[in-house]
Design a protein. Structure first.
Length: 316
């Protein structure tokens, strides 16, 4: 009987001791209260889940390369079609052609580069202030085919966000292999309710060298210019722009292969509208429409014109 009471006393004392330790531990781990506030009115599910990479203008110019794809080659997961330096289309994680949509300010490039690997993209990275690469659900905004992603070149050829006064830039560069050279200039002006933009660029490259010698017919040449204007008010702004892009490049071939090249030309007309707080509860409304007149000729030395591609397209 005494042994039974001793066991009860021991277990009871042990239980009280453990309760005391547990209470003391909880008091020692008390932390300050943290309040987190969220709102469903800012952002959406697509913006929160999509993957975006942004390449600045400085990175674009310093990266070199002739086409849009070459300028993005330092971005993880991005490569370029290697059929010709003048036809460098971006490839995102193995997806190319129609699975990767190429746009300028959200409007399609309106070319035929997704039909064949030797067709160039009429968007030169030298005219862009930034290039963004979108992956994930956000690409559905640009159509159901862009399962690989979207490459969007952003420029201010319709100069909505130009500060008062004048601003300009002159740039030039070069590379030893293929004697690459590039140059260009941009100019922006805003006075009162009006803003204007102008830019032009010129680039070229000879056939590049390889360990086995010079790669035949791998030269490329390109040029472009643009003019744009905007009328600005506190309630919003409206603007237009015109741009032209021309490219002449060879199709790389074997030493004894046929010598061919492509002459590419595109004219682009754009209009954009921005309304600030047009209705209660609506912060802004933005709209843009673009029309392109595209043409390229494939010419074979000794045979003349082989084929012609034309495309007239508008999008908004």
């Amino acid at each position: 009987m005494r042994a039974e009471w001793r066991m009860k006393i021991v277990f009871g004392s042990t239980g009280l001791f453990l309760i005391f330790l547990s209470t003391h531990s909880l008091c020692a781990q008390t932390v300050d209260e943290v309040v987190i506030t969220g709102t469903p009115l800012i952002g959406d599910a697509i913006d929160q889940t999509q993957s975006v990479a942004e390449i600045s203008r400085d990175d674009i110019i310093s990266s070199g390369g002739f086409g849009l794809g070459d300028s993005l080659r330092n971005v993880p997961g991005i490569t370029s079609s290697g059929f010709s330096p003048g036809a460098a289309r971006p490839i995102i994680r193995g997806f190319d052609a129609g699975r990767v949509r190429v746009t300028e300010n959200g409007i399609g490039s309106h070319d035929v580069s997704d039909i064949s690997a030797d067709h160039g993209v009429p968007i030169d990275p030298l005219s862009a202030i930034e290039v963004e690469i979108l992956r994930g659900p956000g690409t559905l905004r640009y159509g159901s085919q862009a399962i690989g992603g979207v490459v969007n070149a952003i420029n201010n050829r319709i100069p909505f966000d130009v500060a008062d006064g004048n601003a300009g830039e002159i740039f030039a560069g070069g590379a030893s292999n293929a004697l690459e050279r590039l140059s260009g200039a941009t100019f922006d002006h805003r006075g009162g309710d009006f803003a204007f933009h102008a830019d032009a660029f010129l680039r070229g490259a000879d056939s590049y060298d390889t360990p086995l010698g010079k790669q035949k017919n791998s030269y490329a040449f390109g040029r472009g210019f643009a003019l744009g204007g905007v009328y600005v008010q506190e309630s919003g702004a409206a603007g237009v722009s015109y741009s032209n892009y021309y490219s002449h490049y060879g199709i790389a071939s074997k030493p004894d292969g046929e010598k061919s090249h492509i002459d590419l030309d595109q004219s682009n007309y754009s209009c954009a509208l921005r309304l600030n707080a047009p209705l209660p509860g609506i912060e802004s409304i933005n709209g843009r429409i673009g029309y392109s007149d595209y043409k390229h000729k494939e010419i074979v030395a000794g045979q003349g014109l082989l084929s012609t591609f034309k495309n007239k397209e508008w999008e908004g």
